[in-house]
Ligand binder design. Structure first.
Ligand code: NAD
Length: 260
């Protein structure tokens, strides 16, 4: 059967999502870019992809904290390029504070973007995957989907929830040629971590660069960040036929963080 590999990568204007989209496009898959950024930013990225990979991706702006925006996103993608057979739920935010100081509105936002959005995109993409008899749902969880850290109650709740949700998607669709898996990265040097680097630098009276190393060695035996391209490579593998039996897993790429 000739499967159309059309990948929607949420949050692909920055960091991990952008690199995942690049790796998929570089390997001949069709991609749809998404983010919060305005259409002009998306158009620039689409130009860059067209030059680099020979195919211009659609860019869709949508705020994933709003379910009606997710409806609009999925409808636009389906109408303009087709129903995605690969869904990479990557968009996410972070906020750190002890639970008793955690703003309730921020709790709701973290859960909405990091967890509920994956439910909404999945429920809207699954009928298309089921019709094709093939699909891949790849959820970018985190080491914080497997273990905890202080001050990250909402993030850990969302990322643990994403692992549970993914396992259910795997069971419900296992006989239909569709797999659902989580990738669980450790530290990746992206804009998501900037506030944590700054806070560490201030707390330890050290430089921004020293804060990066300090955070790594506080958690990880491997003395370096995980590269976004390594998460792209894992995503690409999960989209391959060789990965058809990898289902319902939560795969750490974390330099040994969760081995301890
Ligand atoms: P990033 O800040 O570089 O990128 C986040 C992306 O999400 C951007 O494209 C942004 O437009 C999008 N986004 C943010 N809020 C949104 C909203 N309301 N609606 C739609 N899109 C929105 O972050 P990153 O580090 O590349 O993170 C990507 C994913 O990887 C997240 O789910 C994050 O939790 C996860 N992750 C990151 C790390 C890390 O160390 N950086 C580690 C483990 C997991």
């Amino acid at each position: 059967m000739n499967i159309r590999k059309l990948a929607l990568v949420t949050g692909s204007t920055s960091g991990i999502g952008l690199e995942v989209a690049r790796v998929l496009a570089a390997n001949g898959l069709e991609v749809v870019l998404h983010g919060l950024e305005p259409d002009a930013t998306g158009a620039q990225l689409a130009d860059e992809f067209e030059q680099a990979y020979g195919r211009r991706p659609l860019y869709c702006q949508a705020d994933l904290s709003q379910p009606q925006e997710i409806d609009r996103l999925m409808q636009t993608v389906t109408e303009q390029v087709g129903s995605p057979t690969i869904l990479v739920n990557n968009a996410g935010i972070q906020h750190t504070a002890p639970a008793e100081q955690f703003p309730p509105a921020m709790w709701d936002k973290v859960i909405a973007i990091n967890l509920s959005a994956a439910f909404h995109t999945s429920r809207l993409a699954l009928p298309g995957m089921q019709a094709q008899g093939w699909g891949r749902i790849i959820n970018i969880s985190s080491v914080h989907g497997l273990v905890a850290s202080v001050n990250k109650s909402a993030y850990c709740a969302a990322k643990h929830g994403l692992v549970g949700f993914t396992r259910v998607m795997a069971l419900e669709n296992a006989a239909r040629g569709i797999t659902a898996n989580c990738i669980c990265p450790g530290w990746v040097d992206t804009p998501l971590l900037v506030e944590q680097f700054k806070a560490y630098a201030q707390e330890h009276d050290t430089s921004f660069e020293a804060a990066k190393q300090g955070l790594i060695s506080a958690k990880t035996p491997y003395p370096d960040f995980v590269a976004p391209s390594e998460i792209g490579a894992m995503t690409l593998f999960l989209c391959s036929d060789a990965a058809r039996a990898i289902n319902g897993t939560a795969l750490p790429i974390d330099g040994g963080w969760t081995a301890q």
